[in-house]
Design a protein. Structure first.
Length: 319
């Protein structure tokens, strides 16, 4: 059996119980949680609730549920760049081209397979401790819960928007100022593999500030309040500034046709060629801030830009 417990936050007050618990225990589907409630495996302040009972902020939820089968996710000896670990959490700097967990088209060779190899005890934690995800070709920092206590704490920090996540994004177009995109995001109406800004989507808020300006591009520092799928990519494309290299939401790189006087012609051409050939979205999760689940101390980490993004910035400075 797996033991889960949490205090219901203010954000779910008044919601029907299965919906509220699917928010609190976000690694489990609403349908699964509904089955737990119906089977009497959930207690709220010591009593078995109904599926439609209203949630009350501050109530204590305790679940004793059957252990999830993990046999379909096998440990694999895939290197991981661990930048911090203790008995509660693990912080990892992810490279590009590494998927977070198995799914259609990626049955193995993922972060989750690697985690189960390096930290076998994670087979007792939902989704091997992964509480937030990075896209396959997004690099940078993410945190893994090593215990159920840490898992609950990190999920709560994500839901309450107290976990800080700052990204470096390089976009097409010359921005003159930072800003905020506050637009709901949902599945694209025609292409279910894509996300889009939609009136009936989930609330999403992205803040961006100028990091460095170029003639036809801009490097941004981006901070997330919410964590919707592809949020940064969708929001910046919605503002007509898609990420360099984003083949799903973006355009071909806008390369200036002229170079400044005094530059070597071959140097400029080489830079232009590399920019046009940049093969992934130029997005890096650079800074992670959170409250330690046990000590409650504020912690932060910063991961240097990967070599390909450093080269991209250097090339943009040449043009």
């Amino acid at each position: 059996m797996i033991h889960l417990e949490a205090i219901l936050p203010d954000t779910v007050n008044g919601q029907r119980m299965d919906l509220a618990l699917s928010t609190v225990f976000s690694e489990y589907s609403r349908a699964r949680i509904k089955s737990w409630i119906q089977a009497g495996q959930v207690l709220v302040d010591g009593r078995v609730p109904g599926v439609r009972d209203p949630a009350v902020a501050g109530a204590m939820v305790v679940c004793e549920v059957p252990e999830l089968a993990v046999e379909t996710v096998q440990p694999q000896a895939i290197p991981l760049n661990v930048v911090f670990e203790d008995e509660q959490i693990i912080v990892i700097n992810k490279p590009a081209a590494l998927v977070m967990h198995p799914a259609a088209g990626n049955p193995d060779g993922t972060v989750q397979n690697a985690l189960l190899h390096h930290f076998p005890e994670l087979d007792q934690i939902p989704r091997s401790g992964i509480v937030h995800r990075l896209d396959k070709d997004t690099t940078g920092l993410f945190v893994v819960a090593r215990t159920l206590t840490a898992h609950h704490s990190l999920v709560e920090q994500l839901q309450s928007r107290t976990m800080g996540r700052q990204y470096c994004a390089i976009v097409n177009g010359a921005l003159v100022a930072g800003g905020t995109v506050e637009e709901p995001i949902g599945r694209h109406a025609q292409d279910r593999k894509r996300m889009a800004v939609r009136d009936d989507g989930k609330p999403a808020t992205t803040h961006y500030r100028i990091r460095e300006r170029f003639e036809r591009h801009t490097a941004l520092n981006v901070n997330l309040e919410t964590g919707r799928t592809h949020q940064i990519r969708v929001h910046l494309a919605h503002r007509a500034h898609p990420l360099v290299g984003d083949s799903v939401y973006g355009l071909r790189a806008r390369i200036p046709k002229r170079t400044e006087a005094g530059l070597q012609h071959d140097e400029s051409l080489a830079a232009q060629s590399r920019i046009a050939a940049f093969k992934r979205q130029a997005l890096h999760a650079q800074v992670l801030r959170l409250q330690h689940p046990s000590s409650q101390h504020a912690l932060s980490w910063e991961a240097a830009l990967p070599d390909d993004m450093e080269q991209l910035l250097a090339d943009l400075r040449v043009l």
